[in-house]
Design a protein around this ligand. Structure first.
Ligand SMILES: Cc1cc2nc3c(=O)[nH]c(=O)nc-3n(C[C@H](O)[C@H](O)[C@H](O)COP(=O)(O)OP(=O)(O)OC[C@H]3O[C@@H](n4cnc5c(N)ncnc54)[C@H](O)[C@@H]3O)c2cc1C
Length: 364
């Protein structure tokens, strides 16, 4: 028997771990390099739509991830006084489900799936670049040859930059502070709790029930709103903007992470034996909640594309041609102002959420 083919992956986030599990389950030997001291996600929630759950089911990580998930039936957009700005959107009316999970729960589910499949996960290993011939390089001076190198190292991807693949990288007009707060007993008992998006001028507060015991909040502001983006969150400033949410904002602790939203487009998703996946290739604004979903879909489809391929560069080119249009439509729609109610946008909002990812064909 020929030896298994080998992949070196930069980054143990949603994209890197999904690709690693899917490749290892297809008989590849896989090493993941994570620059952090451990494989961890920061304290926030994440919306996972039907497409993302299909990926998780295809690699066998869905049950662990769903253990602490909360399925919201709908989203309501309100002004600062709770007055509805538009009719509620029921997700099932659009053929999609959204289950929010704590990011750390999802990362642990992916990591356990990787370890069970025999993936070697190396922490404190910062990747500095890669060559199209298939060598991953680390900041410590190591060179790791592979049949396939994957850059899944996030928005500041060293792998992507070493190959000069970026076409454009734009900071958007907004950013958000994400954090978790404990749910009250009444909230935990309420199984009809839904996503609420409150708007007051340039400030927005997104409330998402997330898991059994937590609620995920995202405070969105313009980058020059210093008071609005302060960490710890300035409770007084936010209660002034959303007085009826005082009982929620009061529960915010000292943690939280502010990120400016950005959009990244590449000239190509692959060069030679190197593929770029996840935010490194296609970071998008969070309004559809699809950055992580697309990261996992493209990671799974990448593994499916190379599974039996004798020509890896050719398989990567075909993978990009097949998968890139859907991701770029999601990117485009995410960047549109939510008030832009064109038919095209309305149809496109749920297109990705309903999608059946390559590699998850047999899954409902
Ligand atoms: C406010 C906000 C809300 C969002 N909400 C949602 C949502 O609800 N649903 C959704 O699907 N998406 C959401 N997203 C997008 C989602 O978070 C990202 O798309 C997703 O995290 C991308 O995963 P990734 O694995 O590509 O990158 P990352 O999650 O950034 O993981 C990259 C990993 O690589 C490691 N790394 C970085 N550099 C190196 C290096 N040089 N060497 C080795 N390791 C390295 C990092 O430590 C990290 O572990 C949101 C984004 C924002 C900003």
């Amino acid at each position: 028997m020929p030896p298994p083919r080998h992949a070196e992956i930069a980054g143990a986030g949603f994209a890197g771990l999904t690709a690693a599990a899917a490749l290892a389950q297809r008989g590849w030997s896989v090493r993941v390099h994570e620059k952090g001291p451990e494989v961890r996600a920061f304290g926030a929630g994440i919306w996972i739509w039907t497409n993302g759950w299909r990926v998780l089911e295809a690699i066998g990580a869905h049950e662990r991830a769903r253990e602490d998930g909360y399925e919201s039936p709908s989203i309501e957009r309100c002004d600062q006084n709770g007055k509805l700005l538009m009719p509620p959107i029921r997700f099932s009316d659009h053929g999609a489900r959204m289950i929010a999970v704590v990011r750390q729960t999802l990362i642990e589910a992916l990591l356990e799936t990787c370890l069970e499949a025999g993936v070697d996960v190396v922490t404190n290993s910062e990747v500095s670049g890669a060559s199209g011939e298939g060598e991953l390089e680390t900041a410590a001076g190591g060179t790791f040859p592979a049949d396939l190198v994957i850059g899944a190292d996030g928005v500041n991807s060293a792998v992507r930059d070493s190959l000069k693949l970026t076409r454009r990288r734009n900071g958007l007009a907004y950013g958000g502070t994400r954090l978790l707060i404990p749910r009250t007993r009444e909230e935990m008992e309420d199984r009809t709790d839904r996503v609420l998006s409150y708007l007051n001028g340039e400030r927005r507060l997104l409330y998402t029930p997330c898991g059994r015991t937590q609620t995920y909040l995202c405070f969105t502001v313009r980058p020059d709103d210093a008071e609005g983006r302060a960490i710890p969150v300035g409770k007084k400033a936010w209660i002034d903007s959303f007085p009826m949410l005082e009982h929620v904002i009061e529960r915010v602790g000292d943690d939280g992470r502010w990120d400016r939203y950005e959009v990244i487009r590449l000239k190509r998703w692959a060069r030679g034996r190197v593929a770029i996946v996840g935010d490194a290739a296609h970071a998008m604004a969070p309004s559809l909640g699809q950055g992580g979903g697309c990261a996992m879909m493209n990671a799974l489809s990448l593994a499916a594309a190379v599974e039996n391929a004798s020509d890896i560069p050719g398989a990567l080119a075909a993978w990009e041609e097949r998968e890139r249009p859907l991701t770029e439509r999601a990117q485009h729609i995410s960047s549109m102002f939510s008030g832009q109610r064109t038919d095209w946008r309305r149809r496109g909002i749920f297109e990705t959420a309903r999608h059946r990812p390559t590699g998850a064909e047999g899954i409902d």
